[in-house]
Write a protein that binds this ligand. Structure first.
Ligand code: SF4
Ligand code: SF4
Length: 172
């Protein structure tokens, strides 16, 4: 009984944490109908992703599984689910809220650490290469303009982006 009580407290505290984040406010409206999962193009392509499962696990307090499992990074933010949810759960925004919590707690897939590092160091998430620069004229494209790194650094500092510990977790 005591164990069950602890689990309940944990579930409540995780859903409260999600609801306190921008975008996470509606998560507790979910009644698990599955409309989101059947509307989701990503869920159609892989069993690793199912928005209903992410919401269910979150409401059950399975914080570690949700934050470190990797699935929350597969959402393509198409908002199909959000358009169709009968409970008006803002599912795509809930996924953003979960990603923000995951980042704060250091669960960051390598690829996003690399994007963030590129943004802070070069002002671009994908670094340019001599090869790409050489190829652009062949396709009628103008040379790349400088990324405006000073302005970018100001924005990253103002938003606190540059204070995040972009450590690598080992998640692909
Ligand atoms: S469509 Fe809405 S209510 Fe139904 S499972 Fe998805 S989030 Fe929950
Ligand atoms: S926003 Fe994400 S969860 Fe919703 S349908 Fe699109 S890919 Fe699926």
């Amino acid at each position: 009984m005591e164990h069950k009580k602890e689990q309940k407290t944990s579930a409540t505290s995780f859903s409260d944490e999600i609801r306190s984040q921008l975008g996470g406010e509606t998560i507790t409206l979910c009644y698990q109908c599955g409309t989101c999962a059947s509307s989701c193009p990503v869920a159609k392509t892989t069993e690793r992703y199912n928005p209903r499962d992410i919401i269910r696990l979150s409401l059950l307090g399975e914080k570690q599984e949700v934050l470190s499992g990797g699935a929350i990074w597969l959402c393509s933010s198409c908002y199909n689910c959000q358009e169709r949810c009968p409970q008006k759960v803002e599912i795509a925004d809930v996924i953003y809220a979960l990603r923000n919590i995951a980042i704060k707690e250091g669960h960051i897939p390598n690829i996003y650490s690399e994007f963030a590092t590129g943004l802070m160091n070069e002002g671009r998430i994908v670094p340019t290469s001599k090869f790409v620069e050489k190829k652009r004229p062949e396709y009628g494209l103008p040379p790349l303009r400088p990324a405006g790194l000073d302005a970018m650094k100001k924005i990253l500092a103002a938003t606190g982006f540059d204070k995040i510990q972009w450590k690598k977790e080992g998640t692909p």
